[in-house]
Design a protein around this ligand. Structure first.
Ligand SMILES: C[S@@+](CC[C@H](N)C(=O)[O-])C[C@H]1O[C@@H](n2cnc3c(N)ncnc32)[C@H](O)[C@@H]1O
Ligand SMILES: [Zn+2]
Length: 303
């Protein structure tokens, strides 16, 4: 069971240069949708997840097989949803099929570290790794972000690029949204966390100005072509006094030194209120394959 959100109060049209208000529409026999009151673009809602990307029909055409598979996996491939996808794809230009940008390991989807039977803390060289694994629950990236999160009485909490493993547990009554460019990620994260799922592109955020109190983006900024577009959208979306929590294993953003992320944040009108560097992000692929990143976590607020 995922949370109900009043979408028209939280989001707006992500169409290029539009930003118009959205309202609910139930097209005949074709599932539910949000429609823009200004440019009239129809944004489908699939498995309770609105697809709020700038070109929803092209998104569906590119990812049609992945969308249908994700809906089936989530038990949401009803006739109305499938008809909606087919109807929009029928009017979209022909585009090459692409999979989602999903990037998660099984243990993240299952919500915990797997056992490590080949690790023996008494063996030379193993002790440090055993300590890292046991410390991760208390001091790893998810734990640090939870500790840095400050609940606010108003405004939505949004975890963007959530993958399968959203980290926050906002107090009851707070609108909690898990958003990703991948429908499969949004459906998986929503069912795991009980938050509301949303498909959105970080580079064209669909939030109404000032409606978000906390925006979390973990291990996402280094994947974006246009970090500036993301930060502009985040700046508009955040309420006065709201927070942006960003973590990345590549704070240089390919631009130079490790201060680059902080410089780009300041250039986009954010004030930095905290930086923790070297926060471990562990990705246990299997019992024998463990990936370790040392991330930089930056907390910022609109200046
Ligand atoms: C490396 S994973 C990080 C997942 C999770 N935040 C974590 O730290 O474990 C990156 C996620 O960002 C999503 N993503 C990639 N580009 C995106 C974009 N432009 N907008 C929103 N999400 C995006 C991917 O689908 C993927 O789920
Ligand atoms: Zn519009």
């Amino acid at each position: 069971m995922t949370a109900e959100v009043s979408w028209p109060a939280l989001v707006r049209c992500p169409g290029p240069g539009c930003g118009g208000p959205l309202k609910h529409r139930v097209p005949k026999d074709k599932g539910s949708a949000l429609v823009c009151g200004r440019c009239h673009t129809l944004y489908p809602v699939l498995g309770q997840v609105p697809i709020l990307v700038p070109e929803p029909a092209i998104y569906l055409a590119e990812h049609r097989d992945a969308v249908l598979a994700a809906l089936a996996e989530a038990g949401e491939a009803d006739l109305a949803a499938v008809s909606m996808v087919q109807a929009l794809v029928a009017f979209a230009p022909k585009v090459a099929a692409r999979p989602f940008s999903d990037d998660w390991v099984d243990s993240e989807a299952q919500g915990g570290l797997p056992p490590h039977p080949h690790l023996d803390a008494d063996r030379p060289g193993h002790a440090g790794l055993a300590t890292l694994l046991s410390a991760h629950a208390a001091h790893g990236l998810a734990a640090r972000v939870q500790a840095l999160y400050r609940p606010r009485p108003k405004g939505a909490v949004v975890e963007l690029g959530c993958g399968a493993a959203p980290v926050l547990a906002p107090p009851p009554g707070v609108t909690h949204v898990v958003a990703d460019l991948s429908l499969r990620a949004a459906l998986t994260a929503a069912s795991r966390s009980g938050a509301a799922g949303l498909v959105a592109d970080a580079q064209a955020l669909p939030f109404r100005p000032g409606r978000v109190s906390t925006l979390v983006a973990l291990n996402l900024v280094d994947l974006l072509d246009d970090v500036g577009a993301f930060l502009d959208g985040a700046h508009h979306a955040l309420a006065r006094g709201g927070s942006l929590l960003v973590a990345t294993p590549e704070p240089s953003l390919g631009l130079g030194d490790d201060e680059a992320l902080q410089d780009v944040l300041q250039g986009a009108g954010f004030e930095i209120s905290g930086v923790e560097d070297g926060v471990p992000w562990l990705r246990p692929h299997t019992e024998r394959h463990l990936e370790v990143y040392l991330t930089q976590v930056v907390v910022a607020r609109p200046a």
